[in-house]
Design a protein. Structure first.
Length: 488
């Protein structure tokens, strides 16, 4: 029998070492929760697939301590340039440009291949003492009132109190649980995506994201990635096939031929095809995000068209929403706290699926839709959620409410995101001298800050994932709230 034949026990089993699983494992590790991250393949995913990190996701990665490394490994998005055959044409910004502000320090999407994002996250996990068990293909999953037992193809087993399915759109865990996916085909035309290194003498500048929308056999987009060597720069190729019955050929020779046929490049300009895959754009969501002690996150819970760069970002935030709740329940909070994961994330996923589908279809119709505020995910919130308590009355809709994202800012010698960073909650008194309750600083950090228009006046309890949970004119009622949900 294989080396791992003995039963392993842990608090949380995370299945799938993509961005979703890595974020869940990191957040659990920094909270001191024993967790095991398993991956069916022998290495991390090698391609660029989810190449854009939206502003809200950058805030998550800032909290997890990896944003400097992410920024060092990536770049801003280049301008688009449209081509008519061999002739370059107009250029435009696909991503709306905006300057950072005090409230929104990361105002634009960040271009970084998914493989590099995962490498950065994996390094952080190892810093925290975590690891990935590679080559662990799940064969079966059973659960009872006390936990989950996972059996792997090598005969080994893992017993965990909870499990997180972060194993992608074809999730083995979701299928084992019998949870269906409801959705639609966004576009019946097949697509090919590949990472291609081009030679330094290729006749396209790496300052632009090049598109050939009228290529005879289907449109092509060719985006320069922040991966450069003496052999040339790597680009992400996304090619659609006009023939719905076409079967994309992902071999290096076929990828080079496609580029030579549809773009200004010749086959000799293709130095290497690093990775290639085919897909059809689909939008679908799991019928539920939880079955007993097992939770679906990321693509296991929802699959998106790549248009708008929403899939990876929504997935990361699933994990960020779930992990602190798992840690809290494992530390003694009421198990009902875990009900709020599905309650909060299902409506978000449904809304974002609609955005991705609309953007894809507008692009397919030939409209160059600029991606604006709706794709940045900064406006997502949980005002109507079961965890949200807004005790003030007659607030204007544009005021900061309980349930909203807590803005950044610099006041009273504090940077708010620095106050928030870590596994704790944060209790802020803004423009008021009201006395705050005393809490264990490792659970709830407290601070007074002077007037700040982004918050108004009052007391705000910020959740570990950066949303305002409770808000009031004074601190009256906040102690009862944190006892109710089990924070203290």
């Amino acid at each position: 029998m294989a080396a791992h034949a003995a039963m392993t026990t842990t608090d949380v089993l995370v299945v799938g070492a993509g961005p979703t699983g890595l974020v869940a494992a990191i957040d659990l590790a920094r909270r001191g929760v024993p967790a095991l991250l398993v991956e069916r393949t022998e290495a991390l995913f090698p391609g660029s697939r989810g190449k854009g990190l939206q502003p809200r996701t950058q805030e998550v990665l800032d909290d997890l301590g990896v944003l400097d490394a992410i920024h060092a490994a990536g770049s801003r998005y280049p301008k688009m340039r449209v081509w008519e055959g061999d002739e370059p044409g107009e250029e435009w910004d696909m991503m709306e440009r905006s300057e950072p502000s005090e409230q929104v320090p990361y105002s634009e999407g960040w271009l970084i291949p998914q493989a590099r994002t995962q490498e950065v996250l994996y390094a952080r996990l190892r810093e925290l003492g975590g690891e990935i068990r590679f080559g662990a293909a799940l064969a079966g999953l059973e659960q009872d009132a006390d936990g989950v037992t996972a059996t792997f193809e090598d005969g080994s087993q893992v017993r965990a109190r909870y499990a997180v399915a972060a194993d992608g759109g074809r999730s083995t865990v979701r299928r084992a649980l019998g949870i269906g996916m409801t959705g639609e085909t966004v576009d019946p035309k097949p697509m090919l995506v590949a990472d291609v290194r081009v030679t330094p003498d290729a006749p396209i500048p790496d300052t632009h994201w090049h598109v050939w929308p009228k290529a005879a056999d289907g449109g092509v987009a060719f985006c320069p990635l922040p991966l450069v060597s003496e052999e040339g720069r790597v680009y992400q190729l996304a090619a659609q096939y006009a023939d719905e019955t076409a079967v994309p050929d992902t071999s290096p020779a076929a990828v080079a031929e496609l580029l030579a046929t549809r773009t200004v490049l010749e086959e000799e300009h293709i130095a290497q095809v690093l990775w290639a895959s085919d897909f059809r754009a689909r939008a679908a969501m799991a019928d539920r995000f939880r079955e007993g002690r097992v939770f679906l996150a990321g693509d296991a819970a929802h699959v998106h068209s790549p248009a708008g760069g929403q899939g990876l970002n929504t997935s990361v935030q699933d994990a960020y929403n779930l992990s602190w709740k798992l840690a809290a329940v494992l530390s003694g909070a009421p198990a009902s706290l875990l009900d709020t994961y599905e309650e909060e994330r299902m409506p978000v996923a449904a809304g974002i699926l609609g955005i991705s589908t609309r953007i894809h279809r507008e692009g397919a119709a030939g409209r160059n839709t600029r991606r604006g505020e709706e794709v940045k995910q900064l406006g997502i919130g949980y005002r109507d959620g079961a965890l949200t308590r807004e005790t003030r009355t007659a607030l204007p809709d544009d005021a900061l409410h309980a349930g909203d994202r807590a803005p950044d800012g610099h006041r009273g010698g504090h940077r708010l995101f620095d106050l928030f960073q870590g596994p704790h909650w944060t209790l802020l008194a803004v423009d008021t001298h009201t006395e705050l309750p005393r809490f264990d600083d490792t659970l709830i950090r407290t601070a007074h800050i002077p007037a700040y228009e982004a918050y108004g006046t009052g007391v705000f309890l910020v959740r570990p994932d950066g949303y305002v949970a409770w808000a009031g004119e004074s601190a009256e009622g906040v102690e009862a709230y944190v006892k109710e949900i089990g924070v203290v």
